[in-house]
Design a protein around this ligand. Structure first.
Ligand code: ADP
Length: 524
């Protein structure tokens, strides 16, 4: 199928004339959301608020899904597997023509980073609510994105500038940058095609594995080598650009709690960035976006080492899963801005108008069993009761009685809390997790509660090794009761206020806890 690969289509598009497109304005009256689940609903809600009609597409597995009921019109696109439904780009474009749709919002995943689809949408006279096909193309490949930003002096992790073709040369380079190194798929995404090499003897074996994983996942075996930063934080910057050359950033999101290189808990702002580093990273992110003439919402990802040196990883040319935490701390509805930009409006605010207010945390509610290596779990939602109350936002796409289909991403909902400061946001999250009642499937919520109450997380003193350092499935059987939790939280807040890095965590199963120094930033 033409649209199965989500990244790295082989075409490069020069058809669109940017100057012609630039100043054209078109009011969008009807949007088709080419997605499902929570993100389809989230986009439609904003569209409705803007007086825009909505069209849902759905597979046979999603016939009764809330996003189908919410939309003004809904069309079944095919059987459950994505390549017979949500990835059928031509069919989706045809539906748009038949229903007089003006624009397509792709959400995330599926067709959102497919440059060929984006070009076809534009060629069909429709608006793609997202960046240009050229931006998607350039940033869809880790190596080509590094080349694109080269003239902007963006800090990069030391590594090979191009795909590895000569193994001996790659080994020489790895020795030069120093082991451990990371072999990465150029077309990579979702943490796939990445292999850590601890020493030269392992190089060939890990290289073979990375290449075959890259071919299997992306149909493209190009890999490159990077220095492996041993205790990094993953911190990313939200950017927003218009079709008139204006680009701003909306500060950072901290996404270091990951399993299999995929995020589980995110927050904004970060507990460790100083205002100066925040500004420097923001400027870099805007430069990255400028390097590919970016418009719409996008995210520039960095890894940050213990000395707060930051390095560009990649740019995601779409709305991110974790965008709500940015919305809560900035007051900006990112989907609304994406739609306005797609219509041709200039951004209605400047960088200096944006401020961080308060703190937000997001937990991904995935249908996975945290006691069984986070393996996907399917079943029927016999009980499904959302938490409510001040500072709690639930973005979901299902309801009680629904079966969770096996065909799609296991993330079924996002729980987001907002407080005047970090500890308030964390306390609200723990309360909300306790209130969230899901019976019928295992979810990541108990694991998230463990994270939220762990002293390393509370202190800000953690990195992407959080799970390997602190998590064992047994800890979920001994999660502290309410009183102990309050004591632990009080202790951790005390440590935070006194700027003391937390020493070895009680549940640690490995040698070196994180050595991050927490920065209490003035966040106004
Ligand atoms: P993907 O596109 O597959 O998500 P990324 O380049 O965004 O890949 O990296 C995903 C995660 O892998 C990062 O958040 C980080 O945890 C880890 N990672 C990536 N590059 C490095 C590196 N050079 N050193 C250490 N960890 C890394």
């Amino acid at each position: 199928m033409l649209y199965q690969g989500q990244r790295r289509p082989s075409l490069f598009f020069a058809k669109q004339n940017p100057t012609e497109t630039k100043k054209r304005m078109k009011k969008i009256e009807k949007i088709l959301v080419a997605n499902r689940g929570e993100i389809a609903l989230r986009v439609m809600r904003t569209a409705k608020e803007m007086g825009i009609q909505t069209v849902a597409i759905y597979s046979e597995a999603d016939r009764l899904a809330p996003h189908v009921k919410f939309a003004d019109q809904a069309v079944c696109v095919g059987p459950p597997p994505s390549n017979q439904s949500y990835l059928l780009g031509d069919k989706i474009i045809q539906i748009c023509k038949e229903l007089n749709v003006d624009a397509i919002h792709p959400g995330y995943g599926f067709l959102s980073e497919n440059a060929a689809f984006c070009q076809k949408v534009t060629d069909a006279g429709l608006i793609f609510i997202g960046p240009s096909p050229e931006s998607i193309e350039v940033m869809g490949d880790k190596l080509s994105s590094k080349h694109a930003v080269a003239r902007y002096n963006i800090p990069m992790v030391p590594g090979t500038p191009d795909a590895v073709t000569d193994r001996e040369e790659a080994k020489r380079k790895s020795k030069e940058i120093g082991y451990p190194v990371l072999i990465k798929a150029s077309a990579g995404g979702g943490g796939k095609g990445m292999r850590v090499v601890e020493k030269e003897e392992e190089f060939d074996e890990q290289m073979d594995r990375a290449v075959s994983e890259a071919i299997a996942s992306f149909g493209n075996g190009a890999v490159f080598v990077e220095k492996y930063i041993t205790s990094p934080k993953h911190i990313e910057i939200q950017v927003l650009g218009d079709k008139h050359g204006n680009i701003v950033h909306l500060f950072e999101r901290e996404c270091s709690v990951q399993r299999r290189h995929q995020k589980v808990v995110e927050e904004a702002p970060s507990a460790v960035l100083t205002p100066a580093i925040r500004e420097a990273m923001g400027k870099c992110a805007v430069d990255v976006a400028r390097a590919c003439n970016y418009y719409g919402a996008g995210t520039v990802e960095f890894i940050v080492d213990e000395d707060l040196n930051f390095y560009f990883l990649e740019m995601n040319t779409r709305l991110q899963v974790e965008h709500p935490v940015t919305e809560l701390i900035t007051g900006v509805d990112l989907v609304k801005e994406m739609i306005l930009v797609a219509e041709g409006h200039p951004l209605s605010f400047k960088q200096e108008d944006l401020q961080i207010q308060g703190h937000a945390v997001e937990c991904r509610v995935c249908a996975e069993d945290p006691k069984n290596n986070f393996l996907p779990d399917v079943g029927t939602l016999h009980t499904y009761v959302r938490p409510q109350g001040n500072g709690v936002r639930v973005d979901d796409g299902m309801e009680e009685g629904m079966a969770i289909p096996i065909y799609y991403d296991p993330m079924i909902a996002k729980l987001i809390t907002y407080g005047k400061d970090r500890s308030e946001a964390i306390d609200k999250m723990v309360r909300a997790i306790d209130e969230y009642k899901i019976v019928g499937i295992q979810t990541t919520l108990p694991f998230c509660k463990f994270v939220l109450r762990h002293e390393a997380f509370v202190s800000g003193n953690f990195d992407t090794r959080f799970i390997s350092l602190y998590y064992k499935p047994e800890v979920l059987d001994t999660l502290p009761q309410a009183e102990e939790e309050m004591l632990a939280a009080a202790l951790a807040s005390h440590l935070l206020v006194n700027h003391k890095p937390v020493s070895q965590a009680s549940t640690s199963n490995a040698g070196n806890p994180s050595r991050w120094k927490t920065q209490r930033t003035a966040l106004r």
